[in-house]
Design a protein around this ligand. Structure first.
Ligand SMILES: Cc1ncc(COP(=O)(O)O)c(C=O)c1O
Length: 455
């Protein structure tokens, strides 16, 4: 008769149900004692107290005649003890088994910690959250299915109808669209100001302002927000501050250290680092993250899947190494572009010509990141020719991958803004954005040189 190996919980009374007309399963062999989990067999509610279960041990039971279809589902599936895997395992499961009905009720009532359902929490996702909280010097973190999931969760948690947001003017296109579109429908107003001007942010504050929102460096014009002054303004006015840290990652910039309250990320970018995952992260105080988990994540549900969390955990291990190479390559590429006769302007905080270079040096001593934007003398026509001529650089949106990505914000990442909004947001229609990758820098520069000759 076929056998199944079933681990039994230490000191637990094993309750299982036998198929009708089947004898009570008997222990046929006891193996070496070790940490064990529990036994759960379904079907008939006929509890059988199983003497051996009171001992620490592992038992081989006969399968007592379950059908092939049932065995295809259950055989070998009992969640055994962690065998000590070197990396965090992918807990690719949507739900978690309770020991008994009472435990299920206690977990739902919040009287006992433990996993219930992956929308509410998952060990692989939690490992990512703990890593990110640590890297951002924050109390806690929560992961989302995308950067926009994290950003919209912050808005949903912090804002109500009748509230007002002061946001810097140049931000990622979908964040802009969310603030001016959907949030407006829910009765939330926004005032956009130049993020380089702290007094302009202060002047825009109203009695009903409930959030100061910024990105630094801003996507795509690479303008900076002075994080120290921004956080201080938040403290002075009692208004929570939120910063999108996607362009820098915690390897280069930790806004919490400057006093910012909440940090959001598109984890899709530098955190993953390989262009193979979409995800988002929000970090902040334990209370705030707890509220988001209870109120937004649970009911809105933009959760990150366990496999994607695992990819992000893997990506984060090399984040400091990658960022340091992004820094070096971008600095060289920015210098090359600045010296090229066809390029009219280059926006990179690491260039002394950047109007906020002094602030960048103070705020980002670990480096200025891998993002550059620039204009060509020939405007958008020359820009399109450049995009079509590159070979090493990849013509694609997104950023922070291993390969160099080139794109045109006005017609791509920021196409949610109309011409008037683009001008108001400081995004010139001819601007080209480059996410400098990890290739050998000479190959990136040679490719750009050849493509610029053609453009
Ligand atoms: C600065 C910034 N924030 C947020 C997002 C949104 O991230 P996701 O695409 O992961 O939703 C992006 C995407 O490009 C971004 O560049």
């Amino acid at each position: 008769m076929p056998r199944v190996l079933l681990p039994v919980k230490e000191h637990a009374v094993c309750i299982f149900a036998r198929p009708r007309d089947f004898p009570c399963p008997k222990v046929v062999q006891e193996e070496e004692p070790h940490e064990v989990n529990y036994l759960r067999l379904m079907q008939e509610p006929t509890p059988v107290h199983f003497a051996g279960a009171k001992e620490k041990g592992r038992f081989i039971l006969t399968d007592f005649g379950r059908h092939f279809d049932t065995r295809a589902i259950h055989a070998g599936e009992s969640p055994g003890p962690d065998p000590g895997s070197h990396v965090v395992p992918i807990y690719q499961t949507s739900t978690f088994i309770f020991d008994d009905a009472e435990q299920g009720a206690r977990r739902f009532a919040g009287e006992e910690s433990g996993y219930i359902y992956t929308r509410l929490g998952n060990p692989t996702v939690r490992a990512l959250e703990e890593k990110m909280a640590d890297l951002e010097n924050a109390e806690d973190a929560v992961a989302f299915g995308s950067g926009m999931g994290a950003i919209s969760a912050a808005f949903l948690q912090m804002l109500s109808a009748g509230d007002h947001v002061v946001s810097i003017r140049t931000i990622y296109g979908c964040t802009y669209a969310l603030l001016t579109g959907m949030l407006k429908r829910f009765g939330i107003e926004v005032t956009f100001v130049d993020g380089r001007d702290i007094d302009a942010i202060r002047d825009a504050v109203r009695p009903n302002t409930r959030m100061l929102y910024g990105e630094t460096p801003a996507n795509p014009n690479m303008a900076l927000v002075d994080l120290e002054a921004f956080a201080a303004l938040g403290k002075e006015t009692g208004i929570p501050t939120v910063i999108d840290n996607t362009f820098m990652s915690p390897a280069l910039q930790r806004p919490i250290d400057w006093g910012v309250d909440v940090v959001v990320h598109s984890a899709t970018k530098y955190l993953g680092g390989h262009g193979d995952v979409i995800g988002g992260i929000l970090v902040g105080s334990s209370d705030f993250v707890g509220q988001i988990k209870d109120d937004v994540l649970k009911d809105v549900g933009a959760v990150l899947g366990p496999f994607d969390a695992w990819l992000l955990i893997r990506g984060l291990k090399t984040l400091p190494l990658r960022m340091s190479r992004h820094n070096e390559n971008a600095q060289r590429v920015a210098e090359f572009l600045q010296a090229h006769p066809a390029v009219s302007s280059v926006h990179y905080p690491g260039l002394p010509s950047h109007p906020q270079h002094a602030l960048a040096t103070r705020q980002n001593p670990m480096g200025f990141g891998g993002m550059i934007s620039f204009h060509l003398d020939g405007g958008i026509t020359a820009g399109r020719r450049l995009l079509n001529a590159v070979n090493v650089c990849t013509l694609a949106v997104s950023l922070g991958a291993c390969d160099t990505l080139i794109q045109h914000p006005a017609s791509m990442t920021h196409s949610t803004l109309d011409q008037e909004q683009l001008i108001a947001a400081g995004i010139d229609p001819g601007l080209i954005r480059l996410s400098v990758g990890l290739e050998h820098v000479d190959d990136i520069i040679d490719d750009l040189r050849d493509a610029l000759d053609y453009a």
